[in-house]
Write a protein that binds this ligand. Sequence first.
Ligand code: CA
Length: 223
Amino acid sequence: MKRILVVEDEVKLAALEADYLKSEGFEPHCIANGLEVVPWVRENKPDLILLDLMLPGRDGLDICRDVRTSTDSRIRDVPIIMVTARVEEIDRLVGLDLGADDYVCKPFSARELVARVKAILRRGRMPIASALAMDEERHAATLDGKALDLTPVEFRLLAALASTPGRVFSREKLLERLYEDHRVVTDRTVDAHVKNLRRKLEEVRPGQDLVRSIYGVGYALEL
Ligand code: CA
């Protein structure tokens, strides 16, 4: 049974999340105070953490940093879904590069939340899945053993997204990685390159959309 830590100071919401997780076969544990999180994680090593941003004691940002900088890999690599009350906050969080695996905005449905939990547990925190191989020196990439015919910009875009599969990258963040010369380009440029990259990935995996777009936030690679 997968153990999910629910960090949430709204008691009713925490209970709702826990009930739904239980009904889906998970073993939830709720914590309302930020100070209690890291010691509990050390002791119990959960399979995933749902982490509210605003908490009494210690906020979600600090907790996320603590977890990701832990010397114990079983703690450091635990998947984290950050939960925030404002959609604008997500863009800032993505920019901070906290190493969260996903972001959910309140209000969310319990069903949606559990779907995200399942997706991340299924995928795991494996760095670039072996399905995707990238050779930085030769600027060559293969998916499922098939060569991808990418332009240099598309290669950099894929490399950026693949640095943390599942993580949402803002367009701004992606632009930084695409053009080293900081030329003036618009967000729409990123969208255009994503569109081409998607098409090329889909040639290898027909019917699958490996680049997930999160409206108003950015893109994530789902392998
Ligand atoms: Ca809160």
